[in-house]
Design a protein around this ligand. Structure first.
Ligand SMILES: NC(=O)c1ccc[n+]([C@@H]2O[C@H](COP(=O)([O-])OP(=O)(O)OC[C@H]3O[C@@H](n4cnc5c(N)ncnc54)[C@H](O)[C@@H]3O)[C@@H](O)[C@H]2O)c1
Ligand SMILES: [Zn+2]
Length: 382
């Protein structure tokens, strides 16, 4: 297994044409991905792509942001003399499916050559589908570039090599590791997100802060409750969340074993999937973290005071307090759905349970958890 080479010391501030840029990087199987973070830098995306000398580019986006960011990025790339086509799909988690990825692949045929590239412009869904398509096309020949435009995508989905789609039974059943050549974050684009989507992204920041950085947790809780973040606040959240994620990816570039990355996600993914995606990924995650805190308490790992603290954090941030319409049938589906979890082994599905604030969670497999505990912890958020 290749070693992760993460040049923490290589974080640098660069001023290009007067635009301050922060760059960080990560490595996957020895290949380096630059993460460029700035404000108002989207106009430079064409230049940045041209540095990689692709013959043609396929821009993949969703229908919501096609007009705003998709077409803008296409024009910037064309201004560098690179031929470009734009492909979009309906927004929403239901589109994160093999059929959509296959449709995009078919649309690319005849246009994208082996020396071409794919640029994903959008949220986590666009990045997942486009990254998967880029990988499969002509057997991994295309260059992939990520331009996240949501908070969730900027500080989580775009950071790392994972790309996946959902199956009929669960989230992320099928996918690939295919790192982008670079991740290009113009934080100004995130300003057009609504309050719910900003809060959605903040849930991943809270996840990291709870397990890795209590100071950051305090900072997140001091942000305006209407989620109207200033430029400085937005950049601070993005930079600090990415740094914490990169810390987790040290030695775990496949994002398989680091328990911080998966905190709250075992039940969170089930809740998200069985809510028919009425909840955002971040909302479901916040409910998953709460339910799993109750589970950790039942297993004697997390104190009752800390469980109360977990609940109060999400109340303060304005996350939904209960699973909407959580019938007995829904809860059964969530429990039944655990057998489709993509981290399941012969020991059952793993849970990543908080023992104490500020330290990484502990991995506990289903085979050492009494079955009724899982139902009881789900009832605490129903
Ligand atoms: N691969 C990974 O490692 C990874 C990590 C985290 C999350 N994810 C996945 O990412 C997905 C969630 O991503 P998301 O929260 O970005 O959702 P999303 O992609 O659905 O985007 C949310 C909504 O915002 C709209 N939008 C995008 N950019 C906008 C902008 N700048 N202004 C206004 N509207 C904009 C989109 O059209 C969409 O309606 C989930 O499927 C989750 O599982 C993957
Ligand atoms: Zn997540």
């Amino acid at each position: 297994m290749a070693k992760l080479f993460y040049c923490k010391g290589a974080i640098r501030i660069i001023r290009k044409n007067g635009v301050p840029l922060t760059t960080k990087n990560f490595c996957f199987e020895g290949k380096e991905t630059d993460i460029i973070i700035g404000w108002g830098i989207l106009k430079n995306i064409g230049e940045k792509i041209a540095e990689h000398n692709p013959y043609r580019i396929v821009v993949v986006t969703d229908a919501n942001i096609r007009k705003t960011y998709g077409e803008f990025v296409k024009r910037q790339i064309e201004s560098q003399g690179i031929e470009c086509m734009l492909v979009d799909f309906h927004p929403g988690e239901a589109q994160k499916a093999r059929e959509v990825k296959d449709r995009i692949l078919n649309e690319m045929l005849g246009f994208a050559t082996a020396d071409s590239g794919v640029v994903a412009v959008g949220g986590g869904i666009v990045l997942d589908v486009a990254g998967y398509a880029a990988c499969e096309y002509f057997r991994e020949k295309l260059k992939f570039f990520a331009v996240p435009t949501t908070l969730m995508a900027a500080h989580d989905a775009a950071i790392g090599a994972k790309n996946a789609v959902n199956s009929r039974f669960a989230k992320h059943s099928f996918g690939v590791y295919y790192p982008p050549k670079f991740v290009f974050i113009d934080a100004e684009t995130i300003m057009s997100l609504n309050q719910r989507e900003i809060r959605n992204g903040l849930m991943e920041s809270i996840k990291h802060a709870m397990a890795q950085d209590i100071g950051f947790l305090e900072y997140l809780l001091s942000l305006p409750s209407d989620m109207k973040l200033s430029k400085e606040e937005l950049l601070e959240v993005i930079n600090r969340t990415i740094d914490l994620k990169l810390e987790c990816m040290k030695g775990d570039e496949y994002e398989m074993f680091n328990p911080v990355l998966h905190l709250g996600h075992t039940l969170g993914h089930q809740i998200e999937f069985h809510s028919n995606f009425l909840l955002t990924h971040g909302e479901a995650l916040s409910l998953g973290i709460r339910a799993e805190a109750v589970l950790a308490n039942k297993l004697g790992m997390l104190s009752s005071e800390d469980v109360a603290r977990v609940f109060s954090i999400f109340k303060r941030i304005g996350a939904p307090s209960k699973i909407p319409n959580a019938s007995d049938e829904f809860l059964d589906k969530v429990i039944e759905g655990l057998k489709y979890d993509n981290k399941r082994t012969r020991r059952g599905t793993p849970f990543f349970l908080l023992k104490e604030f500020g330290i990484p969670p502990i991995t506990v497999y289903e085979d050492s958890i009494p079955k009724e505990y899982i139902l009881q912890c789900l009832k605490s958020i129903s």
